[in-house]
Write a protein that binds this ligand. Structure first.
Ligand SMILES: [Ca+2]
Length: 259
């Protein structure tokens, strides 16, 4: 195949797709350069978020990657795309990012700023969440230049861990219900970081509108499958389901993609 590299290309027609698994060392921007031949157009997504419609000669896009392994798919839209390769290079400054410290955001109820030596600014917010119906929340105000999907990189710590048993090594994850501008929340699970002063990042895609947006973090103990009873009632003192959001240090908000 003229113009191709390696052993050839993948022919992608409408609805067919190619998936690349792409490692990123950090939650940060990278530039995808898709080697595309043929006359077709193809949709590119990163972790399920549409980032561009690519065609031959017009297939480079900066995207927000998650730390670890990312799923990049190329799906045929029209004609036949000949997918040759995907070049990826870290370009951390390719998408403008703004940092919002949790300790400077709006705190309600038991949510409070506390000192953590390894947090950005040596402070983070604890006490988000609690029993069902609580109002212990953390709310950021985030300005966006335009309507669109943004990568919200949450720097957090999750020290809460159930004592391991022989059949349940670790049944517990903290979660946050993240609501943008008061809309129905999306639930985000935060893996353990094993210590309250060990902060990791997790990228959450959010839809923002042009201007100021509110992004609220809330949490509560979730019920059992019956929807009415709680694990903390059935097994008091046994930590099976967290009622708290993680300790939140800061959020970094950047456009999810850009050209
Ligand atoms: Ca902080």
């Amino acid at each position: 195949m003229p113009g191709s590299t390696g052993s050839g290309v993948a022919e992608v027609r409408e609805g067919q797709s190619v998936t690349f698994w792409v490692y990123s060392a950090r939650d940060a921007a990278a530039t995808l350069d898709l080697g595309l031949l043929g006359s077709g157009k193809a949709l590119v997504t990163v972790n399920g978020v549409e980032v561009t419609e690519a065609r031959r000669g017009d297939s480079t896009v900066a995207v927000s990657m998650s730390g670890g392994v990312n799923k990049v798919t190329v799906t045929g839209r029209t004609g036949t795309s000949l997918v040759d390769r995907l070049d990826v290079r870290p370009t951390p400054d390719a998408l403008p990012a703004t940092v919002h410290q949790a300790e400077a955001a709006a705190l309600a109820g038991t949510a409070k700023a506390a000192p953590f030596s390894l947090a950005d600014g040596e402070a983070a917010v604890t006490g988000i969440g609690g029993p069902p119906g609580n109002a212990n929340t953390l709310t950021f105000t985030v300005r966006a230049d335009r309507d669109g999907t943004y990568a919200m990189r949450v720097r957090y710590a999750n020290p809460e861990q159930s004592a391991a048993t022989h059949y349940n090594p670790d049944p517990l994850a903290r979660h946050a219900d993240v609501s943008v501008n008061g809309a129905a929340p999306q639930r985000v699970l935060f893996p353990h970081t094993f210590h309250e002063n060990d902060f990791w990042e997790l990228t959450v895609p959010v839809r923002l509108k042009k201007g100021d947006n509110t992004v609220r973090f809330a949490a509560q103990e979730l019920p059992n499958f019956d929807g009415t009873t709680y694990a903390s009632q059935t097994f008091p003192g046994v930590l099976l389901r967290s009622r708290y959001a993680p300790v939140i240090d800061r959020i970094t908000v950047a456009p999810f993609s850009g050209r």
